[in-house]
Design a binder for this molecule. Structure first.
Ligand SMILES: N[C@@H](CCC(=O)N[C@@H](CS)C(=O)NCC(=O)O)C(=O)O
Length: 197
């Protein structure tokens, strides 16, 4: 969400949330998840809905490719991350596995690594099948695909998961990291960044 706002040049105030699993935070966002955005006194969550709202409200510059098939590819790529990779390894899932199910931390990290690395392999294959290479996932300007990809790679790097086997993803990641909009959105550039996991 931060990257999308930055790419659009939409100013926002960043509010750090120490723990999204508290009742205090649920009173703000009943989903108990991040990101959430306050617009004219109302709170909204779910990054895909937020990014769509952003694109509709601030159409320029667009974060969807101009070509309809590239546009479909970018949406499919980002939704694969949002719907198939991220929910399986999310905090609350791993908390449940180590809590209610009694898994060790090591086993839950293995689960996390499995789904991220398997997911990245699928994303690499999706880029390999593009009709032509591009600087970003699906074109020469960043789109929703890139916005969703960079955080997955951040997570994978943070936990030391193997990502060297995904050259196309890493090329796109490097191109994104050269842009201020992505740099300003990096976790390490947020005021509440901590080196604790
Ligand atoms: N589908 C949601 C997922 C949001 C989400 O799970 N965010 C993570 C942080 S990246 C979170 O709040 N996790 C807390 C938890 O799992 O309890 C979206 O795209 O916004």
């Amino acid at each position: 969400m931060r990257t999308a706002l930055n790419l659009k040049g939409v100013p926002y105030e960043y509010v750090a949330v120490e723990d999204m699993r508290t009742d205090a935070y649920r009173r703000i966002n009943p989903q108990g998840l991040l990101p959430a955005i306050e617009i004219e006194g109302r709170i909204y969550g779910q990054s895909t809905a937020l990014v769509e709202w952003l694109e509709e409200t601030y159409p320029t510059p667009s974060i969807l490719p101009a070509d309809p098939q590239d546009r479909l590819s970018a949406r499919s790529f980002s939704q694969y991350i949002a719907c198939e990779i991220h929910p399986i390894h999310n905090h609350r899932v791993r908390d449940y596995l180590t809590g209610e199910e009694g898994w060790s931390e090591e086993k839950s990290m293995h689960w996390y690594e499995h789904w991220i690395v398997k997911g990245l392999a699928t994303l690499e294959e999706m880029l390999a099948r593009r009709p032509a290479p591009a600087v970003f996932c699906f074109g020469d300007t960043p789109s929703v695909a890139d916005i969703y990809l960079v955080p997955v790679l951040c997570n994978a790097r943070w936990f030391g998961f193997p990502i060297d086997g995904f050259p196309r993803l890493l090329e796109v990641d490097a191109a994104c990291r050269r842009l201020d909009a992505f740099q300003a959105a990096m976790p390490e550039n947020q005021p509440d960044y901590s080196t604790k996991s």
